[in-house]
Design a protein around this ligand. Structure first.
Ligand code: GDD
Ligand code: MG
Length: 347
């Protein structure tokens, strides 16, 4: 069984976190995001994985190489210009002459792919779309089905005035038979969402749905990225994804680190600092009496004395100055927040 991971988007909605780091390798609780996806594929005995890339491909390849550390065989296909989600799969077609799993490269989920594959096989469909219920379906592809789960309608990013019959959306996971690609509409860029799925349905091709229970999120904005980190800390991604918490040697005995937080063992935490429900990556320094709460601090950053970072993501090699307050913010890499700044929380 083969899989294609679509990871060629520019991740503009996740800026500034993706300016220097492509979305697939932005870490969630210290692990590159893609590692979670590869784990999930391996659990379903998928060993052949093609990454369809376009934006900063080298950084991804440098990190994952041939996949041997992740227990899969990884191939990279780089589009000089993004071909669209379906165009990217067609472009990789020499690797998908059989049934394949296609995944968006920015979803974090514990869906059981083995169950998806079984359901796909039993239904005899040409394609199966995994669905997830969400609160704000307009930000996604809304998928209507009949009572047997057969897909009847696919509507990507419905407009505000369009009535929504369901809050089930495309979870960004498909199983496709090779014949599906023969229905590709012409065009330089072709997407599953706007082009191919509507074309299949128009022509009466059998497209089935599979409703995922369990955890599912798209990490595509700083807010969702932060939420995904906190969900993993809380163990919401299931028993196979509980973070391993190691001893932080350089934590002062007078610092308080709660049991939910995850810190890389290289982090320094000084006296009186308090870390609550947060992720702190390698080589960060948290100075005296700083408070970090519901936050992600990316690598090599420093949070100054008595500063507060709350409900925020701080990029790499960034300095949050003394006595400043950062609340509800996403700060990019290599930034300086001047001492006494009040970001998101003015007195
Ligand atoms: N290789 C390649 N080439 N990958 C692409 C291209 C392309 O031209 N365009 C997008 N991708 C990748 C992105 O990198 C991302 O991993 C995935 O395809 C989906 O693109 P997004 O830009 O994140 O789309 P979205 O989140 O707005 O919507 C999609 O995902 C939702 C679920 O998270 C759609 O598939 C929706 O229908 C779906 O509900
Ligand atoms: Mg997305």
């Amino acid at each position: 069984m083969q899989a294609v991971i679509l990871a060629g988007g520019k991740a503009t909605r996740m800026r500034p976190l993706t300016l220097h780091t492509p979305k697939p390798i932005v870490p969630i609780v210290g692990r590159p995001f893609l590692a979670y996806t590869l784990d999930m594929l391996r659990r379903a005995h998928v060993r052949e994985v093609t990454l369809a890339l376009s934006y900063q491909p080298q950084k991804i390849e440098d990190m994952f190489g041939d996949g041997s550390h992740s227990g899969v065989r990884l191939r990279y296909i780089v589009e000089s210009l993004p071909l669209g989600t379906a165009g990217a799969v067609r472009n990789a077609r020499e690797h998908i002459d059989t049934r394949a799993i296609v995944l968006n490269g920015d979803i974090l989920t514990d869906v059981n792919l083995t169950a998806v594959l079984t359901a796909h096989r039993e239904s005899g469909a040409a394609a199966t779309i995994v669905l997830a219920p969400v609160d704000n379906p307009r930000a996604y592809g809304v998928v209507e089905t009949d009572e047997t789960g057969r897909v009847t309608h696919f509507l990507e990013k419905p407009a505000a005035d369009q009535e929504l019959p369901t809050n089930n959306v495309n979870a960004g996971i498909y199983v496709i038979e090779p014949e599906v690609l023969t229905y590709m509409p012409a065009g330089e860029t072709v997407t599953f969402e706007y082009d191919l799925f509507p074309a299949l349905l128009e022509q009466g091709v059998h497209v089935q749905s599979f409703t995922a229970g369990g955890y599912w999120t798209d990490i595509g904005t700083p807010r969702r990225f932060l939420r995904a980190n906190l969900d993993v800390l809380a163990g919401r991604l299931g028993p196979t994804n509980v973070p391993v918490r190691e001893t932080v040697e350089r934590a002062d005995p007078k610092a308080e680190i709660d049991a939910l937080s995850w810190l890389d063992p290289s982090v320094t935490v000084k006296a009186g600092a308090q870390i609550v429900n947060s992720v702190i990556e390698d080589n960060c320094v948290i100075e005296e009496r700083a408070l970090i709460e519901n936050a992600v601090i990316r690598r090599a950053s420093r949070v100054g004395q008595s500063a507060t970072v709350r409900d925020s993501v701080i990029g790499q090699s960034t300095h949050v100055g003394r006595f400043s307050v950062v609340s509800g913010a996403a700060i990019g890499d290599k930034s300086t927040v001047t001492d006494y700044s009040q970001l998101g929380e003015m007195r």
